[in-house]
Write a protein that binds this ligand. Structure first.
Ligand SMILES: CCCCCCCC/C=C\CCCCCCCC(=O)NCC(=O)O
Length: 580
């Protein structure tokens, strides 16, 4: 009775306020309940997915134990180069199933150390049997086990890239690259880990956790094809496939000391692959191989550039591999740079370029200083394009999800409220100019008009760089493999600016490959005392270089669009000179 009186009194005295209060309270309550329900649904999905993948690994482990394959045989097979493996499979010295079993065993061993695998393909045995029966031994990848980055669609498997909302939504067909690989005799056997959203150069996510660098498990393997490169570096794969919209084939290659190749967009098919930037067409993702040597990259390109790919995806350039360009021995004019003027790489990365320059000169090539003009504009265009939708696509997907540390900085920078952004951009302009530029660019576009202008600006930038390149009559360019070698886990997001060394060739859409040239030495780390600490990114790299001795250092080789064969030729020359 007393309660009713109070309510009667309040309703009578403030009927509107009470009504509005009840509606707002009820709405908030429903929203809150929905929020927690959705979050708990996603959490259950993650737990279920993790358990399923763990179970699949356990099943494989049990099968491996039953097969009783000796450690020596596993090492013997997985230590072979791709060309050695191919010839042993072809002449029958090695059996397709034995090779598959050896790689499955080695992959699980790598996974134990680095958490690089999401799950094995349950059908691998079946696919291997079908290759033995239906594919000619002369096929370029006859019996070769291949690993696939998780964003390659495979019928019946979901591509999640660390976004819980994508769990349980399997692909209905295989990617075109996957189909062509299988037609050429390859056997996909594992899928590898990536960072949440794949817009990160670390490799962790709330579904499968963090992948670690096999050279030092306290450090990142790089990303986003980090699982692939950790597996390759641990000898758990001989040939892998990944994607690159900002360096994801080249960054982890640099961190793990492996080989990666990003072709021009449209040289290899993107059909049947996944990612959260598919609607953004100014800078598009390229798909390409990862290997343990340049021959591995070349073999993969040759195997993929065939009529079947052009038929399955008529949107790709129907240009077969031009062996005559790859094998040409004309002496080249090659530009080089070791500092893009946007982010200062540590001395080891600059030494890497100096080694590559000296080796290529010794081979008779002419090396001249050159760098892409206005790297700051290149970095700005990249970030603006990647976040041109104001991060809405990703926000929508992450709405009820757990945010991973690898994407936290990008997410926060992209979602900052505009008055605060304006204020910070202004203040940081005087304190940390590169962070100010990044913060301004990550705000994306305000309208379709703005987006069109961005597309024009990117086109103008491409034109300007190509004209500058051509005015120097260059055949190729070499640069640092990345802004730094592997730094500790969870820190890459603090050093995002270091991506300017790879992202620029995504904005330009130039083919670019990465190969190891040296390792960090004691002199490199001692020389860090003069390294600038002008902003958070440089500070993070300086700190990360403590104890970095022994980590791989890669360089990039770059050519003009559609000159993949020439790019691979420079990489091959450099590899040959380094091994001599
Ligand atoms: C270049 C200037 C950076 C300033 C700071 C801005 C904030 C960060 C914005 C973007 C970070 C992009 C990292 C990209 C890493 C590689 C992504 C990739 O290639 N993914 C592959 C794929 O999606 O398929």
């Amino acid at each position: 009775m007393t309660t009713l009186t109070i309510w009667d009194w309040e309703v009578e005295k403030y009927p509107l306020q009470v009504g509005v209060g009840v509606i707002i309270g009820g709405w908030t309550f429903v929203k809150l309940v929905n929020y927690f329900l959705q979050r708990s649904k996603l959490k259950s999905a993650r737990v279920r997915k993790r358990a399923e993948c763990k179970q699949a690994k356990q099943v494989l482990e049990d099968q491996i134990k039953q097969r009783n394959i000796s450690k020596e045989v596993v090492e013997e097979i997985t230590n072979l180069s791709l060309s050695e493996l191919q010839s042993k499979l072809k002449d029958g010295t090695l059996d397709v199933l034995d090779v598959l079993h050896a790689y499955q065993a080695k992959a699980l061993e790598c996974d134990e150390k680095t958490n690089c695998i999401i799950e094995p393909f349950k059908e691998a045995e079946e696919w291997a049997a079908s290759v033995k029966e239906n594919v000619s031994k002369d096929s370029p990848l006859f019996g070769v086990p291949v690993s696939l980055k998780e964003n390659y669609g495979v019928e019946g498997y979901d591509s999640v890239y660390g976004m819980s909302v994508l769990i349980g939504k399997p692909s209905h067909e295989d990617s075109v690259i996957g189909q062509v690989l299988r037609s050429q005799g390859a056997i996909p056997y594992v899928r590898t880990n990536v960072p949440q959203t794949m817009i990160s150069w670390d490799c962790s996510n709330p579904v499968f956790g963090a992948t670690k660098n096999p050279h030092d498990t306290t450090r990142t393997p790089g990303g986003s094809s980090g699982g692939e490169c950790a597996l390759l570096a641990g000898q758990g794969s001989i040939l892998g496939f990944g994607s690159d919209i900002g360096g994801s084939l080249r960054i982890p290659s640099n961190m793990c000391g492996t080989y990666g190749f990003k072709p021009t967009v449209g040289r290899l098919s993107a059909k049947g692959t996944h990612g959260c930037t598919k609607g953004q067409q100014i800078v598009r993702a390229a798909y390409g191989p990862l290997a343990r040597d340049v021959d591995g990259l070349v073999t993969a390109m040759k195997a993929l550039l065939v009529p079947l790919m052009f038929k399955l995806d008529p949107t790709v350039n129907p240009l077969p591999f031009r062996t005559e360009v790859f094998e040409d021995n004309r002496k080249l004019k090659i530009g080089w740079y070791d500092n893009d003027g946007w982010f200062t790489p540590p001395p080891c990365m600059q030494r890497g370029v100096a080694i590559a320059k000296a080796k290529l000169e010794a081979m008779g090539h002419t090396l001249v200083p050159w760098k892409p003009p206005n790297a700051t504009l290149g970095a700005e265009l990249y970030v603006r394009a990647m976040f041109s939708d104001k991060c809405e696509t990703i926000n929508e997907m992450l709405r009820y999800d757990t945010l991973d540390v690898c994407f936290m900085i990008q997410y926060t920078m992209a979602n900052i409220y505009w008055p605060l952004r304006r204020f910070l951009v202004f203040i940081l302009h005087y304190l940390m100019p590169s962070l100010s530029t990044g913060l301004k660019a990550i705000a994306g576009c305000d309208s379709a008009y703005d987006f069109w202008n961005l597309a024009v600006a990117a086109e103008d930038y491409r034109k300007m760089v190509i004209e500058d390149w051509q005015s120097h009559d260059l055949d190729a360019v070499i640069s640092p493999g990345f802004g730094c070698p592997a730094i500790p886990l969870k820190t890459p997001a603090l050093a995002t600016s270091a991506v300017s060394y790879t992202t620029i060739f995504n904005v330009l859409n130039f083919p670019a490959g990465s190969l190891p040239v040296t390792k960090v030495n004691a002199a490199d780390t001692a020389n860090m005392k003069d390294y600038p600490t002008i902003d958070l990114a440089h500070k993070t790299v300086k700190k990360g270089m403590v104890g970095a001795e022994g980590l791989p250092v890669n360089v990039q080789c770059i050519t003009l669009p559609w000159h993949e064969e020439q790019c691979l030729r420079v990489m091959k020359d450099l590899e040959t000179a380094l091994k001599a």
